[in-house]
Design a protein around this ligand. Structure first.
Ligand SMILES: Cc1cc2nc3c(=O)[nH]c(=O)nc-3n(C[C@H](O)[C@H](O)[C@H](O)COP(=O)(O)O)c2cc1C
Length: 81
């Protein structure tokens, strides 16, 4: 839960600076490349990675808009509204 909250905060903060993000398992699956480029030592475990950069809106994949599950399907509200 803590890591999820931090991930989302980093992604939303990046957005505020005009950057886009993609939370990725790739850094966990290919740690050698990440360590090589970042200097993260073997003694530090990589749990998740986030790709951050300026989006190229002309690139077709960046025009994709995925459907969102309705809030009512994922949230149960308790208490008085
Ligand atoms: C914990 C976690 C790990 C993810 N790992 C990958 C990944 O390795 N590769 C990838 O393409 N997307 C990965 N995703 C999905 C993307 O971060 C993103 O949520 C997805 O592309 C949906 O984008 P959208 O929210 O803009 O529709 C991961 C998401 C989460 C939450």
């Amino acid at each position: 839960m803590d890591i999820g909250a931090i991930l989302q905060t980093i992604c939303l903060t990046a957005l505020n600076y005009g950057l886009s993000t993609c939370i990725e398992d790739q850094g966990v699956m290919f740690p050698r490349v990440v360590r090589e480029h970042t200097g993260i030592p073997e003694s530090s475990r990589i749990l998740i990675s986030i790709a951050i950069g300026y989006p190229d809106w002309d690139f077709p994949a960046n025009k994709l808009e995925s459907a969102r599950e309705s809030l009512d399907n994922v949230v149960t509200w308790y208490g008085d509204a």
